[in-house]
Design a protein around this ligand. Structure first.
Ligand SMILES: NC(=O)CC[C@H](N)C(=O)O
Length: 363
């Protein structure tokens, strides 16, 4: 068993055992409270550049199966668990978590007090940090951490290079891939959509060349405020076709409508965040993964109305344009991991496309 260390930017050090690959990795250290869904978390491109700690103490107990991936590879830059299951069991599993991390070069650590780590992150807010299997002194490693300039555009790393089409008999939808999860693709194809998944930096003209009837913007990694070019493109498409945004897509739609985003102290990452739909007062249990949020006071001079709020901290979870067909949510209606309570939002999007088309029936 090889020793590994997790070191936070304030010098706090946790000593544990290496899982996955060996070496040193840097990133923003965040925590996820889901009891299951570790494979979906690892392969969610929104975690690109982040070291993810799972708060549930036993992770990996049902192994890893390729069918459960939300993209082609894990994107988290590091993985932290209290205990990685040595003897997982599931009839579909193909490998252990440890083997999977090794196969993809992900550096991880187990055997540390993840509860204490989470308390530190909750108290001080999200911090940068590193996982290492090297014996270098802390001061040297922290120097390297400081030198590792924060990558500002993770979306460029995770988006598709070229557009690809998943033909379907129904409504034609362009899905802007800011770091898309497979279940967003599945949720649209399951509704018969003729889907074109496009690179994040596609221009208005490139998008409209497909003659889409709706535009979806996916989730994605990093700070939404860095993505001003994409915000401009979205602004130029407002009112042209119905728009639906998820998570990063929600933040970008809000920015395009004149709102602002801000960073939460430690983010929302888990599968049981209660969200209230203000239109019917129903509360949904939602899957979440975000560090930024739309600033409430920035909405007053915008054409957006708040549709959803977080029951835990009152933060904004959804907005809708007052006049144009554009709406978005901060949580993940595509789930994976997490409950699919809010899947109805994909149906709302389909209805809006039909309304714009004049109410004709569609597949
Ligand atoms: N999952 C997401 O789309 C996250 C959006 C953004 N990267 C945030 O952390 O808030």
């Amino acid at each position: 068993m090889k020793k590994a260390r997790l070191i936070l930017e304030d010098g706090t050090e946790f000593v544990g055992t290496s899982i996955g690959s060996e070496g040193t990795t840097f990133g923003e250290v965040v925590f996820n409270t889901g009891m299951t869904g570790y494979q979906e978390v690892l392969t969610d491109p929104s975690y690109c550049g982040q070291i993810v700690t799972m708060t549930y103490p036993l992770i990996g107990n049902y192994g890893v199966s390729v069918n459960d991936s939300e993209s082609l590879r894990p994107w988290a830059s590091g993985f932290v668990v209290r205990e990685a299951a040595d003897h997982p069991s599931h009839h579909q599993m193909q490998m252990t978590l440890d083997t999977y991390l090794q196969a993809h070069g992900v550096i991880g650590i187990e055997g540390i007090d993840t509860r204490m780590l989470t308390r530190v992150l909750r108290k001080h807010g999200t911090m940068r940090g590193l996982i290492t299997t090297s014996d270098e002194p802390v001061s040297e490693l922290l120097g390297q951490l400081r030198e590792t300039a924060e990558i500002r555009d993770q979306v460029a790393q995770v988006t598709t290079n070229t557009p690809y089409r998943i033909p379907g008999p129904g409504r034609r939808v362009v899905l802007l891939d800011l770091g898309v999860k497979m279940n967003t693709v599945r949720s649209l194809t399951a509704r018969g959509c003729d889907l074109i998944v496009m690179p994040a930096y596609s221009s208005r003209e490139e998008i409209l060349a497909w003659q889409p009837e709706g535009l979806m913007m996916s989730n994605g990694p990093g700070d939404p405020a860095d993505l001003f070019d994409i915000v401009e493109t979205i602004r130029s498409l407002l009112g042209v076709i119905p728009i639906f945004g998820i998570c990063m897509g929600h933040q970008l739609l809000s920015l395009a409508c004149g709102a602002k985003t801000e960073k939460l102290r430690f983010g929302h990452r888990g599968v049981n965040h209660p969200v209230r739909d203000l239109r019917d007062q129903r509360v949904y249990i939602t899957s979440q993964n975000h560090g930024y949020v739309v600033a409430q006071d920035s909405l007053c001079d915008t054409p957006l109305e708040i549709t959803h709020v977080n029951q835990n901290d009152g933060s904004i979870e959804g907005v809708m344009h007052r006049e144009l067909r554009a709406f978005s949510v901060q949580f993940h209606p595509e789930a994976k991991p997490g409950p699919d309570d809010s899947e109805y939002l994909f149906d709302d999007f389909m209805k809006w496309i039909d309304e714009q088309r004049g109410g004709a029936a569609h597949a």
